[in-house]
Ligand binder design. Structure first.
Ligand code: NDP
Length: 299
């Protein structure tokens, strides 16, 4: 029976370390890590995410700002706000909540964020650094760094000799996870919707990461005995057993079946999800350390 990887507990552990390192930076340098979260429009899901990021930042002892702009805000006004935040010494991390309204070019906004404050890791400079293995000075998207931290807890930091398979090749999840696994010396295969015989490829994996968005597609007979299985997927499916019209969250992995075969597995919810926000706090802390020329702590 697989070990269930408790993402909530690991995320709490990360946040408690962030708090300590933030307090140390404030004491030694007089610098309080600062994060600005920008939200355009009233998408309810985005409002919830942004509020929880602000709460977590305050819990870490950070300076936290939320800029809420109307859905009619022009692209030029948003660019001007990002440029102002780029120049603000109190702010070390800038996060523009996506998706943006259709009349705004998200790509232009992301490229306007200073690479040194790009805690989401979407700016081309940071994408390029990750792609060329310059991880020490890059910002990397937070869900992938959270995934890596969970893998490290099971398989260690050096994945030499291990085969990893990532299902999903998106720019914000699959590809950065691929690059991180490679940087940690795993032998990595990335699969996607055009891959043939996915099950056989998955069976080669000592580390299997599913980042697709298809409920419970990874079955027990796709998994090598003892493998580490990380389920990034978040799917909402009907749950009539809970009452009429009720739903529940599932991952991309058939948790019950795969638990019988894998060595370690993340649940959904409570696995990768809580890590994302914790790693955003880490990225902001790292940005603040770098801003004063200090070596950031490792997590
Ligand atoms: P995308 O939709 O951008 O990418 C999905 C990927 O899955 C694509 O590369 C696609 O292939 C591939 N895919 C689709 N169908 C299949 C299939 N049948 N077989 C193999 N591969 C397939 O999603 P994201 O990367 O943004 O997110 C993936 C999942 O992770 C989602 O469920 C999302 O909700 C979740 N997520 C969770 C987060 C967390 O904090 N826990 C954070 C971010 C995302 P192709 O490229 O060929 O189309």
């Amino acid at each position: 029976m697989a070990v269930t990887i408790n993402g909530r507990e690991i995320a709490e552990d990360v946040v408690s370390k962030v708090k300590l390192f933030a307090a140390e930076l404030i004491k030694d340098s007089g610098i309080t890590p600062g994060i600005a979260v920008v939200i355009v429009g009233e998408d309810p899901a985005s409002q919830v995410y942004v509020a929880s990021k602000g709460r977590k930042a305050r819990e870490c002892g950070f300076h936290s700002e939320q800029h809420t702009l109307s859905a009619e805000t022009s692209e030029e006004d948003l660019v001007a706000l990002v440029e102002k935040l780029n120049a603000d010494p109190q702010i070390h991390g800038i996060l523009v909540q996506l998706p943006l309204p259709k009349h705004i070019d998200s790509g232009r906004i992301i490229q306007t964020i200073s690479p040194d404050k790009d805690v989401d890791g979407f700016n081309f400079i940071n994408v390029g650094k990750l792609g060329t293995g310059e991880i020490g000075t890059a910002f990397v998207p937070c869900t992938p760094t959270g995934v890596m931290l969970l893998i490290e807890r099971i398989n260690g930091r050096d994945l030499s000799g291990l085969n990893a398979v990532v299902i999903g090749r998106s720019n914000i999840v699959g590809k950065p996870i691929f690059n991180l696994l490679l940087a940690h010396n795993a032998t990595v295969t990335i699969a996607h919707s055009k891959t043939q015989d996915l099950a056989s490829i998955c069976r080669t994996a000592d580390i299997l990461v599913a980042a697709v968005g298809r409920s419970q597609m990874v079955k027990a007979d796709w998994v090598k005995p003892g493998a580490t299985v990380i389920d990034v997927g978040v799917n909402r499916i009907p749950a009539p057993e809970r009452g009429e019209g009720k739903t529940r969250l599932t991952g991309d992995v058939d948790f019950e079946g795969v638990s019988e075969v894998a060595g370690a597995i993340t649940p959904v919810p409570g696995g990768v999800g809580p890590m994302t926000i914790a790693m955003l706090m880490v990225a902001t802390l790292v940005a603040a350390y770098r801003s004063v020329g200090k070596n950031p702590p490792r997590f």
